[in-house]
Design a protein. Structure first.
Length: 94
C-alpha cells in the first residue's frame, strides 16, 4: 500500500489518498469489513499529511461505526479522550 511506502506515495494525494478513497468506496459498496480499516487509515492521512485533526477524528469515528472492533481507530480515539480527561468516553470504546 502507498501509505507504507512513505515519501511521495504518502504525501501526494494521487497515491495514498486516492487509493484509500477507492478502498473505502469498494468496501462500502460490497458491505465488506475492510471499510473500517480503510477509514482508519484515511484518519491517519488526514492527521499526518493534511494536518486536519477535525477531519481525522471524523474518519476515526466513521471507522468505529463501520467496525466497532477496529483496533486502529479505537486506540486513537481512546488516547484522544484520555488526553482530554474524558475517561468515560474512553471506557465506552473499550
Amino acid at each position: 500500500m502507498y501509505w507504507s511506502m512513505g515519501g511521495k506515495y504518502r504525501l501526494n494525494p494521487r497515491y495514498a489518498y486516492a487509493a484509500l478513497w477507492r478502498a473505502i468506496n469498494m468496501a462500502q459498496e460490497r458491505q465488506r469489513h475492510g471499510a473500517g480499516e480503510a477509514l482508519a487509515y484515511m484518519g491517519h492521512y488526514c492527521h499526518v499529511v493534511k494536518l486536519d485533526a477535525k477531519q481525522a477524528i471524523k474518519m476515526y469515528r466513521a471507522a468505529l461505526e463501520m467496525d466497532p472492533s477496529n483496533e486502529t481507530a479505537g486506540t486513537v480515539m481512546v488516547e484522544r479522550y484520555i488526553l482530554r480527561g474524558r475517561l468515560e468516553r474512553a471506557a465506552d470504546i473499550y
